[in-house]
Write a protein that binds this ligand. Structure first.
Ligand SMILES: Nc1ncnc2c1ncn2[C@@H]1O[C@H](COP(=O)(O)OP(=O)(O)OP(=O)(O)O)[C@@H](O)[C@H]1O
Length: 469
């Protein structure tokens, strides 16, 4: 696959998209694309979370759950494939798939791919958690439907942010590696084309605002010639002001025969209502996320009076038991920074995930921790939501999780501490309680999960030693 050209505002020079990077002709790295959009990590930023997950994920998320399928026409046979060969892909694409190291379709791909590749094309709404193979699936569908002889846009994919668009673009590049006739262009802020340009690239990937401009105002794209429309990360999309309307306006310009595909990691009513407006007569595929449980976790709490005492309790625990790797959650950036400093002074190898870090920096910290280069990860909740680090055996709530109104946040507690069936290993969770208020929170959490949280006296070394057995 090869790429179009672009101009970027930050360096005002012409940039070409190569090997997955937007590279500036002045030799600057692609990162200025990222730096132009500083993500505010203390905000509940779904887009940043999604990007982070993509950056740190190296494998498919395994799931034991079955896919639920709702067919538009329940009488038509439901195909599912166990191998990529069965899909009769173009040889160049099959080669691309194998070169990516995919041996067989993922759970969601088994059913989604035959539907997306069927003739006549079928519309699809698919929901499954991040990492289950949605992106790879729709990328394969787009590449399969392109006619490389036709030098105009045929597939349109919209993503909520341009960082996410770039990530999807990378997958298109990888999968289309042996299919150089197919070209890709990014419709993202900063990619300024000359007026009157008619795009020759067959695949356009971008953000709703720019895509809409390119279709409507600037007419770089003829929307009537689009055969496949993909709306990725619908749940993130609707969380961004204006994206919903822009996406609907794009969709309205497309021909009735255009295949509409929509993907989402979660499926609240708001997402569902939006999905129905984007995708008429859909087939629906859902894959339940693996349930997390506290069953294999031993939970304790420690009573302290101040953050200094909490730190001392932590040192006592470290002095008594061997902890391979631990994650420590703090409520604020300030506490996290302070604690990381104190722990390093004690000689621990500490990684700090802090709010002011760019998403890429955060991904790098998590990767180092996952590779065992650091043994303790101190973080605020915002930074580490939804991050699976399998080998962590101890989770410490330096501060208990509360929502923005100060109420107990059971869901976050479960995410921090719980394990899915797939990891199965036993874990240890220690909660620091420093006030009546936090004791109250702890009691609520205990009640909610109906699982006992035992008191631990961290001045008693023998007692601490016991919890490790
Ligand atoms: N059939 C497959 N076999 C092996 N690995 C796969 C397969 N499909 C996808 N993957 C890999 O699994 C990871 C997750 O896939 P993908 O990004 O497509 O999932 P997703 O559901 O779109 O999640 P996200 O929204 O976070 O990107 C990627 O590293 C991808 O390369």
């Amino acid at each position: 696959i090869s790429f179009g050209t672009c101009n970027t505002t930050p360096c005002a020079s012409s940039c070409s998209v190569q090997a997955g990077l937007l590279q500036c002709s002045l030799g600057r790295p692609s990162s200025h694309f990222y730096q132009t959009s500083t993500i505010n990590p203390e905000r509940d930023d779904k887009a940043a979370q999604s990007l982070l997950n993509k950056l740190i994920r190296s494998n498919l998320v395994n799931t034991t759950n079955q896919v639920e399928v709702l067919q538009r026409d329940p009488t038509s046979p439901l195909y599912s494939v166990k191998s990529f060969e069965e899909l009769r892909l173009k040889p160049q694409l099959l080669q691309g798939v194998y070169a990516m190291g995919f041996n067989r379709p993922s759970k969601i791909q088994e059913t989604a791919l035959p539907m997306m590749l069927a003739e006549p094309p079928q519309n699809l709404i698919a929901q499954s958690q991040s990492g289950t193979g949605k992106t790879a699936a729709f990328v394969l569908a787009m590449l399969s439907h392109v006619d490389p002889e036709n030098k105009w846009p045929q597939c349109l994919c919209v993503s909520p942010t341009y960082e996410l668009a770039l990530q999807t673009g990378k997958v298109i590049e990888q999968m289309g590696k042996f299919y150089p006739e197919v070209q890709l262009v990014y419709a993202i802020r900063g990619n300024k084309l000359e007026r009157g340009t008619k795009l020759q690239e067959q695949i356009v990937i971008g953000t709703p605002g720019t895509v809409l401009d390119w279709c409507q105002k600037l007419k770089f794209i003829d929307p009537r010639k689009i055969k496949v429309f993909v709306l990725d990360e619908a749940d993130v999309m609707i969380a961004t002001q204006g994206h919903q309307d822009q996406s609907i306006r794009i969709q309205r310009m497309l021909p009735k025969t255009c295949q509409m595909l929509l993907f989402s990691a979660t499926f609240e009513d708001t997402v569902w209502n939006f999905a129905k407006r984007i995708v008429p007569d859909p087939n629906i595929i859902k894959l339940k996320r693996e349930e997390e449980t506290l069953d294999t976790i031993k939970q304790y709490y420690v009573i302290c009076n101040s953050k200094e005492e909490k730190f001392q309790a932590l040192c006592n625990i470290y002095g008594a038991i061997t902890i391979a790797q631990a994650m420590i959650f703090c409520h604020t950036r300030k506490t996290a920074g302070w604690l990381a400093g104190e722990l390093s002074r004690e000689g621990h190898q500490v990684a700090l995930l802090s709010g002011e870090m760019q998403v890429e920096q955060r991904a790098a910290v998590i990767e180092r921790f996952r590779d065992g280069k650091e043994k303790v990860l101190v973080t605020t909740n915002v930074c580490a939501r939804g991050i699976d680090v399998e080998q962590v055996s101890v989770v410490i709530n330096f501060d208990l999780p509360v929502d923005k109104d100060g109420n107990p946040d059971n869901e976050t507690y479960l995410h921090r501490i719980g394990r899915t069936g797939r990891f199965g290993k036993r874990g240890l969770a220690i909660n620091m309680v420093d006030s009546r208020f936090s004791m109250n929170i702890l009691n609520h959490i205990e009640e909610h999960f109906n699982k006992k949280i035992e008191k631990l006296d961290t001045d008693d070394l023998d007692e601490i030693e016991k919890i490790a057995n």
